[in-house]
Write a protein that binds this ligand. Structure first.
Ligand SMILES: *Cc1c(COP(=O)(O)O)cnc(C)c1O
Length: 351
């Protein structure tokens, strides 16, 4: 019956970083340093857990389809913007593309970056066009604009996964002025840098800023994302979205976490401290970044080879070979708990 499958799903798919964890386990590390997925290593705010537990009691009912409590919490957290929500930012990306992309439509993507944009474009029958970065991973706005000609949507991730590179808001403005479609600015890691792009929402009606509760807020398992969108887009987004897509427990957890932003301050400052230590204390070159991970050039080793060596010593990190548009010599290391970061530096420098 396999002939029934659409060609886009006959092979490929998202690459999960599970192999390194298996290697660490077979090397006898029951509890390796888990530095592959950019998660917050600590449990979420107690307020998130309390609200999620309360919501569980009422889960015989469908969730509020308007997500009013979550959206009110977003307004209290960020101010008066238009928000949409989704099952992770991945869900927001999917729904956005579902509203916009017909088969054959073009979407541009600044690479190397997160691979899900390309997969989600393909799922709609669209075609993605990669826009390369400079050797230091900065974005050339002129090239970005040229390559985005005729594209309905363009994706730019800042701080970028996997390079960590922060694109200045002035560059983003230049792009917004120059393209004819929408710009989806992925801010999954914005809490770890000192750049704020939100003011751009007030100036441009072709900007979407994607956000997630999975990284700084420690709710990766809950699957909640949201976006700042231009007001005109709201009704179309809502039409394209699967009904009741965010479950009430996840929505309540996200609401609680957003109401307790002070809870993550300690984690965010520990990330900033380790960003510096990774950059200065490692014997391999890293890319200056503003995320809760650091990308290293491990030449002359291959990324895959380095990941296996580290896994054999109980440190699980991610090879960057599956990121489109990047060479074979990079790894991405999340900033975890202090002992995990110490262990990584020690093993990495001993190779
Ligand atoms: C983790 C991540 C996301 C989405 O995460 P969700 O868990 O789906 O909210 C989006 N973009 C980038 C760049 C990411 O790294």
């Amino acid at each position: 019956m396999r002939h029934l499958i659409r060609e886009v799903y006959s092979e490929g798919g998202y690459v999960f970083a599970t192999k390194a964890a298996d290697i660490a386990r077979s090397a006898g590390y029951e509890n390796p340093a888990k530095l592959a997925s950019n998660e917050n290593p600590y449990p979420p705010s107690p307020l998130a857990i309390k609200k999620a537990n309360a919501a569980l009691e009422g889960c015989n009912r469908y969730p509020d389809e308007k997500m009013r409590e979550l959206k009110d919490a977003l307004v209290r957290r960020h101010g008066d913007y238009t928000f949409v929500t989704g099952v992770g930012m991945d869900g927001v990306i999917e729904t956005t593309l579902r509203a916009l992309i017909d088969p054959g439509d073009r979407v541009s993507v600044s690479v190397p970056t997160f691979s899900f944009y390309g997969l989600a474009v393909k799922a709609q029958g669209g075609e993605s066009v990669g826009i390369g970065r400079e050797d230091d991973f900065t974005v050339d706005p002129g090239l970005f604009i040229r390559k985005s000609e005729g594209c309905k949507v363009s994706f730019l991730c800042t701080p970028n996964n996997p390079s960590g590179t922060v694109t200045p808001p002035e560059t983003v403005e230049e792009i917004l002025e120059g393209i004819d479609g929408l710009l989806f600015l992925d801010n999954a890691y914005v809490d770890f840098c000192d750049t704020d792009y939100r003011y751009l929402m007030k100036k441009y009606d072709n900007l979407i800023i994607g956000m997630t509760m999975s990284k700084a807020y420690g709710l990766a398992g809950m699957r909640v994302g949201y976006a700042f969108i231009p007001e005109w887009f709201e009704e179309y987004y809502n039409r394209a979205q699967t009904p009741f897509v965010i479950n009430s427990v996840s929505a309540a957890a996200a609401t609680g976490a957003l109401e307790d932003p002070a809870y993550i301050e300690g984690y965010v400052s520990s990330v900033k401290m380790w960003q510096k230590r990774f950059e200065t204390e490692s014997k391999f070159n890293s890319v200056p970044g503003g995320a809760n991970f650091v990308m290293f050039d491990v030449s002359p080793y291959k990324g895959d080879e380095m990941v296996e060596m580290l896994a054999g010593k109980g440190v699980v990190v991610r090879s960057c070979t599956s990121f489109p548009g990047l060479g074979d010599n990079y790894i991405r290391v999340s900033i975890g708990k202090d002992w995990e970061c110490e262990r990584f530096l020690e093993v990495f420098n001993s190779l």
